[in-house]
Structures are given as structure tokens and as C-alpha cells.
Design a protein around this ligand. Structure first.
Ligand SMILES: CC(C)(COP(=O)(O)OP(=O)(O)OC[C@H]1O[C@@H](n2cnc3c(N)ncnc32)[C@H](O)[C@@H]1OP(=O)(O)O)[C@@H](O)C(=O)NCCC(=O)NCCS
Length: 170
């Protein structure tokens, strides 16, 4: 595992029930607790853990999770992999390819569904950018995340093109 980049604290709730002494009424309290998420660059992320978080986030629907050889190459050649762990459990990942100075392509951003909407995705993007501050961070949004990126401050780039098959070249 790589060095710890940052420890991020986010609040979660513990629900307790107590009888109100004067009225004998049952009251429900929501107490805020601190959830510690550890962010770090990891050079040796395992195929199993990466695959699991892709599936647990739903991004697995759009990634080759049933092809471990491709997943292995994605991990081998992704040169900036930042993880989010809760009690060592992998709950989020940002896998990028970067030259660290000109461009960073953030290929896979995936947060376990149980941990979504708690700021982990945004923090992983922040850590990715901090690791390559001069490089432009570029990504293609999955359909489910098209409203997410503008919301957290990314600019839509209309002049973006992709080539899926070489036969498509005219
Ligand atoms: C999309 C995803 C990466 C967002 O990460 P996250 O940790 O859940 O989101 P954050 O906590 O950083 O969200 C920040 C804000 O955006 C909102 N948000 C989160 N997901 C959103 C979505 N899909 N659409 C619109 N807004 C969204 C949050 O509610 C939060 O708003 P708030 O600050 O008003 O509370 C994550 O939900 C995920 O892994 N989704 C499934 C896989 C996927 O689509 N990945 C993207 C591949 S390109």
C-alpha cells in the first residue's frame, strides 16, 4: 500500500430510542458519529478488491468485471490509483492514467453504494487532482453520473471525441 494522503472525517448517524420520562413517550434520537475514511495512493490494489468495489458501486455494469485479465491490465497500467477505505474495507476508488504534468485521465470512479453521497467521490477527485495539479483532469461520465460532475464543479467540454474502433476512421 502507498503512503497515507489524507484522513477525511464525515458524519454518519446512530439512531437511539429513549422513553421521554415526563410523558412516557418513545423518542427517537439521531446522534452524529464520525466516520473515518482513509485516502491513499495504492500501487498494488488487488484484482479482487478492485472488482468488488466496481460491482458494489454499480459501475461494474460498465466495466469488464468478468474478465480478470483485463482488470489486471487496468490495474497494472493505471498509474494513479487512489483508494478510500473504511476500517480497511475498500469503499471507493479513483483509477487514472496520467503523465502528472499535462493530462490526467480519470477512467474509473466508483464508490460502494452503501457509502455514496457522503463526499467520498468528490474527495477522491480532489486527491487525484492534488497528485497531478498541473495536469488537466479529464473524464467521460457514465450515464448515472452526468448530473454529478457539473454539480461538484467540473466543466463540460463539448469538443470531446472518442474512437471506439479503428474501422471507424474515414
Ligand atoms: C457518481 C459517484 C462517483 C459519486 O460519488 P459519491 O461519493 O456518491 O458523491 P459525493 O458524496 O461526492 O457527492 C457530492 C454531491 O453530489 C451529489 N451526487 C452524488 N451522486 C450524484 C449523482 N449521480 N447525480 C447527481 N448528484 C449526485 C451528492 O448528493 C452530493 O450533493 P450535496 O453536496 O448537495 O449533498 C458515485 O455515486 C458512484 O460510484 N456511482 C456509481 C458509479 C458511477 O456512476 N461512477 C461514475 C463513473 S464516470
Amino acid at each position: 500500500m502507498g503512503g497515507v494522503l489524507h484522513v477525511y472525517k464525515k458524519l454518519e448517524f446512530k439512531i437511539t430510542k429513549e422513553i421521554e420520562p415526563r410523558f412516557g413517550k418513545l423518542l427517537v434520537f439521531k446522534k452524529r458519529l464520525k466516520l473515518m475514511i482513509k485516502y491513499q495512493i495504492e500501487k498494488e490494489l488487488s484484482i479482487g478488491e478492485f472488482t468488488e468495489v466496481l460491482i458494489n458501486s454499480t459501475l461494474g455494469e460498465r466495466r469488464p468485471v468478468s474478465e480478470p485479465d483485463r482488470i489486471a491490465k487496468m490495474l497494472e497500467h493505471g498509474n494513479l490509483i487512489i483508494t478510500a477505505r473504511h476500517n480497511e474495507k475498500l469503499v471507493g476508488v479513483a483509477r487514472s492514467l496520467t503523465d502528472f504534468l499535462y493530462c490526467t485521465y480519470l477512467s474509473d470512479l466508483a464508490i460502494d453504494e452503501k457509502y455514496q453521497k457522503q463526499g467520498i467521490g468528490k474527495e477522491l477527485i480532489r486527491q487525484t487532482k492534488l497528485a497531478s495539479p498541473k495536469a488537466k483532469l479529464i473524464l467521460l461520465s457514465a450515464p448515472k453520473a452526468v448530473h454529478y460532475y457539473p454539480k461538484i464543479g467540473l466543466k463540460q467540454w463539448e469538443q470531446c471525441y472518442v474512437l471506439d474502433h479503428v474501422e471507424d476512421l474515414k
